[in-house]
Design a protein. Sequence first.
Length: 221
Amino acid sequence: MSRIRVKICCMASPAEAALAAAAGADLVGLVGPMPSGAGIITPQSCRQIADAAPAWVTPVLLTQSETAEQIECDIRAANVYAVQLVRHVEPRVHEELARRLPGVRRFQVIHVEDQGALSLIAAYSRRADAFLLDSGRPGGGELGGTGRVHDWAISEAFTRTSPIPVFLAGGLTPDNVAAAVRQVRPFGIDVCSGLRTDERLDADKLTAFMSEIDRADREGT
């Protein structure tokens, strides 16, 4: 039976990472300095949460940095082995990071604004380890955490075409994640604002979200 991987983003503390892990998350996202969006924490807090995370989950640093040198500094400061590049960086940046940090997995965010997102598959698929489809608008300074759903028809086409795993993000909640899984059939799901109440990870929403993913995944197998 297939199983959708789940990344719970915007961790604010080791306690939140532990809560996500206990609910069945595979990865937890640590949001470094950004121009906008939810869950932004300091590099020091990223490292604190990563160091305390349960052994069975993977901490993933979200960075807006665009050069291999700066991204390497961000990774080392957070002490993580997975990084999410939230800008459409030059493809050669992935090649340089692979040489500098061969043990670090790289998630390339694709902001799905229109059909043009599909043209980016060829640019990154032989370089990144996975894609993450989000709803940002880089030209307007939005790099994630918008709470906005994008066109899942484009995401579905992207997932069918991509030769590497695809995570789906963007406005997902317990109310719509099952529909997203059924339509897009992603390798994984990423969520942030849809599981938070008063800027805190909501245990009830988290439980409902995981239940809906499991249900949709079973229906699709």
